[in-house]
Design a protein around this ligand. Structure first.
Ligand SMILES: *Cc1c(COP(=O)(O)O)cnc(C)c1O
Length: 405
């Protein structure tokens, strides 16, 4: 059995059956492979534990947002941690989840769907819940599903731009007045009628959920129809160096309070976490190809798995891996990174705190990259090759990752 698989954007279902063996540690894997391509490390035990904690903390159904990391090993780990619902946005995601888990509850949560995608989800994969934010999409869903009796229809609300690091307003969502009309129009066709919103990704402010719940409340009251599902979306934040995040409990408290005010005793709560479920369970190991002062030229960058380290200047926890020779220096220094492509925008200013003597040939494990990492790789300039391994060691914490500001 091979040590590592090669990755694809969303695995073709037939490739899913045999996941390779889990390796003991990242360091042993790097020492054995001495990889010159980036290596994505997945920690199934950590992923399952994070999923278990989230499922226990959230008072409703937890839908994993598959786009965040569709790797089969990640999906399997989340399933092992108790996740049974999946927020999918494309036929490829739906086919993958259905192939892996015959009993999964799959929800098609993209507000603009191809007609064929609706038919395939409905007819082949048993998907019954569909999100929409327009009358046109409602008509499309009704036409392509035959307006069947067990249809779940979820109306996505637009929210004003909030304080999330990645704003998701402006593209999807019905404005309040349209949402009122849509809820009324959808009600007669829906076995389950829901209302959904997304506060934006990496949202650091628990009050954002309270404010969103207030918008939902007003909309529901004006619509005057029964509501079965309140879907509070994703956006649950994770810690990156220098970023203080609220406790999940503080966010859940706002959600519960807002839900109580809706006074819908028979409604179910849903959440669609992506980042919060998988960031900590994944990392990428890159190699230093050159050092120029405090800049490191590495073999992955903004066209690979480090997109958010570019324009958004996300900083990730990092540590040096040097299998042979002197142990890395204890003294740390702040470095910036350049990625492998020829685009000068392929730069990550950091700073990333690494041993002062880091040099060409060393490897760096970049943590908190289980979310929006591997799935964002492009083929630009021919640097799309990367490997994936599953490892059994603990997710690195402050002891081996320098979390200094
Ligand atoms: C991306 C997305 C999510 C996941 O968001 P996170 O910020 O990663 O939690 C959930 N729901 C929808 C509709 C999304 O587009």
């Amino acid at each position: 059995m091979s040590v590592a698989r090669f990755r694809t954007a969303v695995s073709a279902p037939r490739r899913v059956v045999d996941l390779p063996a889990v390796r003991p540690t990242v360091d042993a894997t790097i020492a054995a492979l001495r990889p010159e391509d980036p290596v994505h490390c997945i920690r199934p035990t950590a992923l399952a534990a994070t999923a278990r904690d989230f499922v226990a903390a959230f008072p409703g159904d937890v839908l994993y947002a598959v786009k965040c990391n569709p790797d089969p090993a990640v999906l399997r780990a989340l399933w092992d941690g108790g996740v049974r619902h999946f927020d999918c946005a494309s036929p490829a995601e739906i086919a993958l989840v259905r192939t892996m888990f015959a009993d999964a509850a799959i929800h098609f949560m993209h507000p603009i769907k191809a007609r064929g995608a609706i038919r395939e989800a409905w007819g082949r994969h048993g998907v019954r819940d569909f999100v929409l934010d327009s009358a046109d999409e409602l008509a499309k869903i009704l036409a392509e599903t035959g307006a069947s009796a067990d249809l779940g229809l979820i109306v996505r609300l637009a929210l004003p731009k909030g304080e999330a690091v990645l704003d998701l307003s402006g593209k999807f969502g019905a404005e309040a007045a349209d949402a009122v009309a849509l809820l009324r129009a959808a009600r007669p066709h829906a076995a389950r009628l829901g209302i959904a919103f997304h506060v934006g990704s990496q949202c650091l402010e628990p009050l954002a959920w309270r404010r969103a719940m207030a918008v939902a409340r007003e909309t529901i009251q004006q619509a005057g129809v029964a509501i079965d599902i309140v879907d509070v979306g994703g956006g649950f934040p994770v810690a990156y160096p220098g970023v203080e995040i609220p406790e999940l409990g503080a966010i859940v408290a706002e959600i519960e309070d807002g839900f109580d005010r809706l006074a819908l005793p028979n409604a179910r709560l849903w959440a669609e976490p992506g980042r919060a479920l998988v960031a900590s369970g994944g990392s990428v190991v890159v190699q230093v190809q050159a050092r120029r002062g405090d800049a490191l030229y590495i073999n992955d960058g903004v066209y690979g798995s480090l997109a958010d380290a570019g324009t958004l200047a996300f900083r990730y926890p990092v540590r040096c891996i040097r299998p042979v020779g002197n142990a890395p220096s204890d003294a740390l220094r702040g470095f910036s990174f350049f990625g492998p492509t020829c685009d000068s925008a392929d730069a990550m200013r950091g700073p990333f705190w690494l041993p002062a003597d880091i040099a060409e040939g060393d490897w760096i494990e970049i943590g908190q990259l289980g979310a929006y990492g591997a799935c964002l790789r492009t083929g630009f300039n021919g640097f799309d090759r990367a490997r994936i391994v599953e490892v059994a060691d603990d997710a690195p914490d402050g002891r081996c990752f320098a979390l200094a500001a």
